[in-house]
Ligand binder design. Structure first.
Ligand code: ZN
Length: 214
């Protein structure tokens, strides 16, 4: 089923999110189906991740266009509340873009491997195509050993497999490209304050973390 939890299970998605927002990022996103405030996420994570850390991850996701927010100001307290939304379709878009670029690089390399004869010395110094090796009179510029033609059959096979595998992964995540966040607010843990008394939550959380919403 093309839902957020299944999208997050795909290794390239999981790794991509860790790269962007660190180890907490995939878990944080898995809890963020629907609109939510950073305080609500703080409660759902059962206080094992600091509020400042949650905000930092959300800011990184915002920078990439994966998270969007609306800011509202409480008239009485003056505190700002941020209501966040995760855009799964943006995750798919970014990963597809990155992997399409990798495929282009791999294809270029494959083309070179198929069209040129490469030379290398027995000490496995730098490989080079015929044109460059001939300029060195087929003597390795690093160790001066004679350079021989290399067998790139395995390399070509590996490149073809990598391209095939990357395409397969892009196809897999493309099923999620129209995925929208569900209209669901995360349920706070039992010990957490009720979510409707926003003023109380914000002031208490700010005191706990010693930070101020700006
Ligand atoms: Zn050499």
């Amino acid at each position: 089923m093309a839902d957020l939890s299944n999208l997050l299970k795909i290794p390239i998605v999981h790794n991509f999110l860790i790269e962007i927002g660190g180890e907490t990022c995939p878990k944080l996103i898995s809890l963020c189906n629907g609109s939510f405030t950073d305080e609500e996420i703080f409660n759902v994570l059962e206080n094992d991740t600091k509020l400042t850390k949650i905000r930092s991850v959300l800011n990184k996701l915002h920078y990439k266009g994966i998270a969007t927010y609306e800011r509202t100001r409480d008239k009485n307290s003056g505190w700002y509340t941020y209501t966040w939304n995760i855009k799964p379709e943006r995750i798919v878009e970014l990963i597809t873009q990155i992997h399409n670029e990798s495929i282009e690089d791999f294809e270029k390399r494959l083309e070179n491997e198929q069209n040129y004869i490469y030379f290398q010395c027995p000490n496995n110094c730098e490989r080079m195509p015929f044109e460059i090796a001939s300029e060195y009179n087929f003597k390795c510029p690093e160790c001066n050993s004679d350079m021989q033609t290399t067998d790139n059959t395995q390399l070509i096979k590996d490149l073809k497999n990598t391209i095939k595998d990357t395409r397969k992964q892009i196809e897999e995540i493309s099923k999620f490209k129209h995925l929208k966040p569900e209209e669901k607010i995360p349920v706070p843990s039992e010990t957490a304050e009720p979510i409707n008394s926003e003023e109380t939550i914000i002031t208490q959380k700010e005191k706990q973390t010693g930070t101020k919403l700006a």
